[in-house]
Write a protein that binds this ligand. Sequence first.
Ligand SMILES: [Zn+2]
Length: 136
Amino acid sequence: MWVERTPDEISKWQTSAVEEARSHARLIAIGVLLLVSVLVAGGWFVSFRGGFAVHRTMLGSFWLRLLIIAVMMAPFSWFVFRRECRNELAKIHGRSICPKCDTAADGAAGALCPCGGTFVPQSTVKWIEDEPKSIA
Ligand SMILES: [Zn+2]
């Protein structure tokens, strides 16, 4: 059954939600940083006029360019991280559940469930077993 969380449990839930959002955002930010850096350092630019990738010969070694570009990309990647973190956290906070029939929904807190129950934010409830099972 679903029971209400205590304020202490809610704050713990929020801490883990922030952690979850951060690890998700970190993955995307690093992925974007690596992808763009390797492409640019490799000399591949997207030509906005032509709409296709063009190869350009550049001076310097690939690894030096990669390093310079990665440093230049850092603020952008931080921006991506912040944005993804915020979006993911909003998504996690939007998770709701119908305690009556155990249906999960996104952003439906307060809405009526077809079973007659009301969706509540997942942050405010937790699942516990109806009867504690004894270990034989
Ligand atoms: Zn329901």
